[in-house]
Write a protein of this length. Sequence first.
Length: 162
Amino acid sequence: MINSDTLYASVGKIIINLQSLELMLRLFLEETVGPKDRSTQLDRLSVGDRVPETPITNYDTLRKIIKKVNNQLLILGKNEKIDETLVHLRDSIAHGRAMSRDPNGIPRLIKFKNAKIGGLVEVDTSVDLTPQWLSSQVKRVYKEILKIVRISKELGLPCFPT
């Protein structure tokens, strides 16, 4: 049995960590490949505002951002990479279906692949949202946040001051 408040809080932590990681990766790209735009203040934007296209504001997917960051890390002589499998986690949470036959039971997260084979759709994700699994995913994403912050500081990037 899992407390629904704990479940919601854990899923929320994963989502917020994924969003934080994406922003940090975008900041890293803006600092290392540009273009740099110091004029856009994200916290002051309103619907309809227009801003320059930069790594912060473009429409790149998380997969594309991670690939760009990993390429840039290689160029900068860093042997570390951002975990590309986090895209699967994000996609599973964003596009999956969570259900439980027992209102007090542990929900199962199911995600299906897009492609049909002979009228059948393949299961891509099937995982029980146990407290242990949820906690491990929160830690997994947070580890990547700490990694990009540490590397950015080692490189002296102003996006993450020491």
